[in-house]
Design a binder for this molecule. Structure first.
Ligand code: ADP
Ligand code: MG
Length: 388
């Protein structure tokens, strides 16, 4: 699923209303009956060309006709949900234009966007269920045979959770991007001018960076948290120049990617903690030939520090913010399933040009494919013309 914003410019107010109606209808219907779309759209703003809008939206793949259904209906596609989210970000002035895709993971697309002042930001689009859940359909709670509802629900959960954690971490002064907005399955955050540690071939002082990263793991633990995917892809290294002597550069880690974070009270906390530590150790040994002489850190020691010195427990704070245990459980199950599935599926690849997922229908070639440095010129303008 690629984000193609071209059609955004010519969608009329009525089209947006009908798209919103399809989204609202899909909360209770796997396939939204056409009369229901009509009804919701009319309620929201007068009777007019609902049918015309439906066909416009279907043509650009924002909703898809479901033919085998017992009744005439449509489902919202990932593209449709993307548009709705972008539309909200645009209406709130967080996003004005969309640039190139900088990253594609198993569970997300990362795009450069900009606001109307030209400030570049990151839009992270969660894509759980990118790998078809049809192949792993079981009696899972969250699926209930509702394919589209499940990917929408799970991707939204991932975004809500990631946003909540980013906010909490930021408040505590952790080096993470600043969360700006969240809508549906997407997050807008500040663009960090840094490369993943994976792309860093050497650092002046590996021991210092290692100590800083282990320090972050321990500081998270003190706040009741384990990152859960603390690896060289999710740690960005910003090169900070010394104010007195710019030739001295200090690599500063910025941590990203939070949907899988777990509490220090999680039943598998020790495994996740050890895995995060191990990831750093392994990477430092391979890349920088650095092996720490200090053993650990160990989970049992970190566990004793949770909440110490009156620090705020962020696991509890996030739960209190509305990300419930049930939501956490559903998301965790889905992430696990998705990871397990992608590991044994050789067709799945990180190559952005290789698409093997189930499609929403006619997919256009990627329009937005430029280098990050060229983004400014390449930013696609989003025309928002419904006045909402
Ligand atoms: P995923 O869940 O797919 O792994 P990530 O949040 O880890 O998504 O982002 C994937 C990649 O996108 C990162 O490795 C990094 O290169 C880039 N990226 C993500 N967020 C930012 C950001 N705020 N600033 C700069 N680059 C980012
Ligand atoms: Mg990542």
């Amino acid at each position: 699923m690629k984000l193609d914003t071209r059609a955004m410019r010519y969608l009329a107010a009525e089209d947006w209303r009908v798209l919103t109606a399809a989204e609202m209808g899909s909360k209770n219907h796997e396939i939204v009956p056409t009369p229901l779309i009509e009804k919701i759209a009319r309620l929201k703003g007068g009777a007019s060309g609902v049918h015309k809008s439906i066909s416009t939206l279907a043509k650009v793949g924002l909703i898809a006709r479901v033919k085998e259904a017992k009744y005439d209906g449509y489902r919202l596609t990932y593209g449709g949900l993307d548009y709705l989210a972008l539309h909200t970000h645009a209406a709130r002035k967080h996003v004005y234009s969309v640039g190139s895709r900088v990253g594609v993971g198993k569970e997300s697309d990362i795009m450069i966007v900009a606001d109307d002042k030209g400030t570049q930001k990151i839009l992270k689009i969660h894509r759980l269920g990118r790998i078809s859940f049809r192949t792993v359909k079981t009696n899972r709670d969250y699926l209930k045979n509702r394919q589209s509802a499940s990917w929408m629900y799970l991707s939204r959960l991932a975004a809500i959770k990631e946003y909540a954690f980013m906010q909490a971490l930021r408040e505590e002064g952790f080096p993470v991007p600043e969360p700006i907005a969240q809508s549906r399955h997407t997050i807008v955050m500040t663009l960090v001018d840094a490369l993943p540690m994976r792309q860093v071939s050497s650092v002046p002082d590996p021991a210092a960076l290692y100590a800083e990263l282990i320090g972050l793991i321990l500081r998270l633990a003190k706040h009741g948290l384990i990152h859960g995917d603390f690896n060289e892809f999710n740690i960005l290294i910003r090169e900070d120049k010394d104010e007195q002597d710019p030739s001295i550069i200090t690599p500063t880690p910025i941590v990203i990617d939070f949907p899988q974070m777990v509490s220090m009270d999680h039943q598998n906390a020790e495994m996740y903690f050890d895995r995060d530590v191990e990831c750093i150790k392994r990477f430092f040994e391979r890349r920088f030939h650095f092996v720490s002489t200090t053993p650990g850190p160990f989970f049992k020691d970190a566990k004793k520090t949770v909440g110490r010195d009156g620090v705020r427990r962020l696991d509890a704070a996030v739960e209190a913010s509305g990300f419930t245990k049930k939501m956490a459980k559903d998301l965790e199950a889905a992430l696990k399933e998705q990871q397990a599935h992608s590991k044994d599926d050789p067709d799945e690849s990180d190559d952005p040009d290789e698409e093997s997922e189930e499609d929403d229908g006619d997919e256009e070639p990627q329009v937005i494919a430029v280098q990050v440095s060229d983004t400014e010129e390449a930013l696609e303008k989003l025309a928002i013309n419904d006045g909402t």
